[in-house]
Design a protein around this ligand. Structure first.
Ligand SMILES: C[S@@+](CC[C@H](N)C(=O)[O-])C[C@H]1O[C@@H](n2cnc3c(N)ncnc32)[C@H](O)[C@@H]1O
Length: 358
C-alpha cells in the first residue's frame, strides 16, 4: 500500500507547479533578494525558480498595481502567490487528505494547491476552493481546467467557509489567520482536520474538531503567509507618550535569541520578539509601544511597558518549566478562542497572569 508520503510525492510530481505560474512573475526565495522571472526571455531561470524553494508573487495590491519587475521590487504588498513548495508539502502532510475526502481550501490563489488537493482526494475529488478575488479565481479555474482537474472554485469570503459543501473532512487555509472563524470548525465533521498558518506566531497550526464542536490544535513548522483580506493588520495609531526611563535590573541577554517556546509567548502576547540592535542594545515593539535597551537603561514609550512585559513572560515561562512548542496549542469554541499551555481547556493568558500586567 502506498504511504501518505509517497502519495504526496506523486502529487507534487504529477501536478506540476509550472502549470500554475504565469510567464512573468516575481520570485522571492526565503531570506534572499527577489528577482523577476520571464519564461520567454530566460526560460532556464524561470524553470529553476518554479522548481525551487521559492515563493512566487503573482499579484500586487489586490490587482490595483500592475505586476512588473519595478513594482514588485518597490512595493512590498504582494496579495497572491504560489506558496513555497516546502511549506506546501509540510501543510499537506499535516492535512493528510485521503481518497474520498471532502476538502475545503481557503485562498485558491494560482490554483496549484487546489490541484494537489484534487490529486490527493482521488478519482472523483470533492474539493471546493474559495477565493475572494474574482480575477484570480477566473485565472486559477482556467489553469486548473488546462491541467485536467476540476475542483469547485467559488468566489467569496473564505472566512464564511462554504456552507453548501459542509461537512468537510479537511479544511486547508492558505492565508495567514489571526482570528480563526468558527465557521470553519462548524463546517468540519467531528474528527476532521483544519490546517492554517497561525499569523501571530508564524507557525502552521493543525486543529482537530471534536464531537462537541470544539477544535483543539498544536503548532508545527514555521511559515509566513499573506493574511486573510479581512484580517490584514491595520496601520497602528502612534501613541505619543513621554518616555519612561528606568535602570535595567534583569539580564537583557536572556530575552534575546529565545528558545522556540519562549519566542512563541513573545510573539503571541507581546506582538514581537526582543532583538539585539548592537552590543548591549536591544529593542522590542508591537508597532505602537516600543522598549529600547541601551546599556543599563530601559526606555519605554506608548501605552505598554513592553520590556516589563517581556521580563514577566520570561519569568513565567521559566516558572512553567521552560515549555517548548509541544506544550502549547490553540482551542476554538463557538464562543471564543485562546492559546493554552498544557491544558486545552485553560487559556495560557490566565496561567501567565498576563492580563493583570496590561
Ligand atoms: C498565498 S495565496 C494562496 C496560495 C494558493 N493556495 C496557491 O496554491 O497558489 C493567498 C490567497 O488567498 C486569497 N484570499 C485572501 N483573503 C481571502 C479570503 N478572505 N477568502 C478567500 N480567499 C482569500 C488571496 O486573494 C490569495 O489569492
Amino acid at each position: 500500500m502506498r504511504s501518505d508520503v509517497r502519495h504526496l510525492a506523486d502529487a507534487l510530481v504529477r501536478v506540476g507547479r509550472h502549470r500554475f505560474i504565469p510567464p512573468q512573475a516575481w520570485a522571492q526565495p526565503p531570506g534572499a533578494h527577489g528577482y523577476w522571472i520571464d519564461r520567454e526571455a530566460r526560460p532556464h531561470e524561470w524553470w529553476e525558480a518554479v522548481h525551487s524553494e521559492t515563493v512566487i508573487y503573482t499579484q500586487l495590491d489586490d490587482g490595483r498595481t500592475e505586476l512588473t519587475a519595478e513594482n514588485a521590487a518597490r512595493t512590498y504588498a504582494p496579495t497572491c502567490s504560489a506558496s513555497n513548495p516546502v511549506v506546501v508539502s509540510a501543510f499537506l502532510r499535516l492535512l493528510a487528505v485521503r481518497p474520498g475526502d471532502r476538502v475545503l481550501e481557503i485562498g485558491t490563489g494560482t490554483g496549484w494547491t487546489a490541484a494537489l488537493l484534487c490529486y490527493l482526494a482521488g478519482d472523483a475529488p470533492e474539493v471546493t476552493s474559495v477565493e475572494i478575488d474574482a480575477a484570480l479565481a477566473a485565472t486559477a479555474e482556467a489553469g486548473l481546467r488546462t491541467a485536467g482537474t476540476a475542483p469547485r472554485v467559488v468566489v467569496g469570503d473564505g472566512e464564511d467557509g462554504h456552507p453548501p459543501g459542509a461537512p468537510f473532512d479537511r479544511v486547508h487555509v492558505t492565508c495567514g489567520v489571526r482570528d480563526i472563524p468558527y465557521a470553519w470548525v462548524a463546517q468540519t465533521r467531528p474528527g476532521g482536520v483544519i490546517v492554517l498558518p497561525y499569523a501571530p506566531a508564524m507557525l502552521l497550526l493543525r486543529l482537530v474538531v471534536g464531537e462537541d464542536g470544539t477544535a483543539i490544535g498544536q503548532f508545527h513548522d514555521s511559515c509566513s503567509f499573506m493574511p486573510l483580506r479581512g484580517q490584514r493588520p491595520s496601520r497602528p495609531a502612534t501613541a505619543e507618550t513621554p518616555p519612561r526611563v528606568r535602570e535595567l535590573t534583569g539580564d537583557a541577554e536572556a530575552l534575546l535569541d529565545p528558545e522556540p517556546g519562549l519566542q512563541f509567548f513573545f510573539d503571541v502576547f507581546l506582538g514581537d520578539t526582543p532583538w539585539a540592535t548592537g552590543p548591549g542594545n536591544a529593542l522590542v515593539s508591537d508597532g505602537v509601544s516600543k522598549a529600547v535597551v541601551a546599556g543599563n537603561r530601559v526606555t519605554q514609550t506608548g501605552p505598554r511597558d513592553l520590556w516589563d512585559e517581556a521580563e514577566h513572560l520570561h519569568r513565567e515561562w521559566n516558572r512553567s518549566g521552560r515549555p517548548g512548542l509541544e506544550r502549547v496549542g490553540v482551542t476554538v469554541t463557538r464562543e471564543c478562542q485562546y492559546v493554552w499551555l498544557d491544558d486545552p481547556t485553560a487559556p495560557a493568558a490566565d496561567i501567565l497572569d498576563h492580563r493583570e500586567k496590561r
